[in-house]
Design a protein around this ligand. Sequence first.
Ligand code: APR
Ligand code: PHB
Length: 389
Amino acid sequence: MDTEVVIIGGGPSGLLLSQLLNRNGIATVILERSSRAHVLSRIRAGIIEWGAVETFREAGAGARMDREGIPHNGCVLSHDALAVRIDFEELTGRKVMVYGQTEITADLYAAQDAIGTPIFHDVDDVVIEDVLTSRPAVSFTVDGERRRLECAFVAGCDGFHGVSRQVIPAEKRREFERIYPFGWLGLLAHTPPVHEELIYAGSERGFALASMRSQTLSRYYIQVPLADRPDDWSDAAFWEELKRRLPAAAAQQLVTGPSIEKSIAPLRSFVSEPLRYGRLFLVGDAAHIVPPTGAKGLNLAVSDVFYLAEALVPALKHQASAGIDGYSARALARIWNAMRFSWQMTLMLHRFDGEDSFAAAMRKATFMHLQRSETARRDLAENYIGLPY
Ligand code: APR
Ligand code: PHB
């Protein structure tokens, strides 16, 4: 055997899994299609559930997050003139951490470098073989040379467009999907955040989100038609539209500035079941996608990794297979909860083209329900801060 676990994909899922396995004495090799610079240039969401915060700490990759991250005790949801604060701390006793997922990925690379885990970048033509036998292998091309690694298990951490999911025969897979008819245009700027907490703003003009990376770096989003391109939106047009969607008091505080980055992301809900096929396991975006409205993407990847590490360690150390047999069902239970939450948040906050007056009235009624009912706020808070592992 060349290594114990071959991990396909050097995004947050693959890196964190490798880090947790290595710290339990298990050897891994990571295969990543892109360069490290490319992986670290992708701007992703910035909210980390407390369970994930604890997992990063346990993995030995939480020191910078603890220094630079900003704990948030709540967030604001608004709907035109209505606003309601969701007090996570009071409702659940827990909070979330504002810390960019790109920074988490950089911290995980640094932690893996310190351990000395082999990470192959710019690999091509990854082929996963023999996962229904006790000795699977992964072949790939790097620097023009074809290589093959035999291992005990393969972890498919290669995101939505990866090859791992396709290894499971179509007749053994079940896919569930919802594509939303809009995207999020995101803008990053060296400006102070408009508010000390995140604002999720529903409005009759569409959704907007005011988020942040630090006291001097803001991240904003507005809902845009799927056909729009970032170049269609000048900075001035973006700021103008954002102001019209945020609550009036916040809009008055908004400090604008030149954008550092502007990009559009489509919104999708997707699950592929099961997460295991023989000795291949799917983790993170390789198996599921959520719309960003509840900031669950990375957080779900972390719980998958946590469950899989908890399953693989006894399987490799003591030939105990109960964990790997239960991985798919255990991870999917948490995944479906987050699917439901992010879908509901998306429906509650976005305007759908061509919708009728009833749909808009129900969104408003949902806000009024949140304002009135502590039970409703607690339900939202429990899901937002993350269900237990
Ligand atoms: N071979 C090797 N690597 C591959 C292949 C392949 N065939 N296909 C894709 N990859 C790599 C991609 O280049 C990417 O770096 O797999 C990685 C997958 O990373 P992500 O897409 O970030 O997925 P994941 O690690 O599961 O992250 C989960 O974190 O930042 C959030 O929004 C992100 O919600 C996502 C979550
Ligand atoms: C972000 O800061 O990029 C962010 C925060 C919360 C979300 C989505 C994105 O729900």
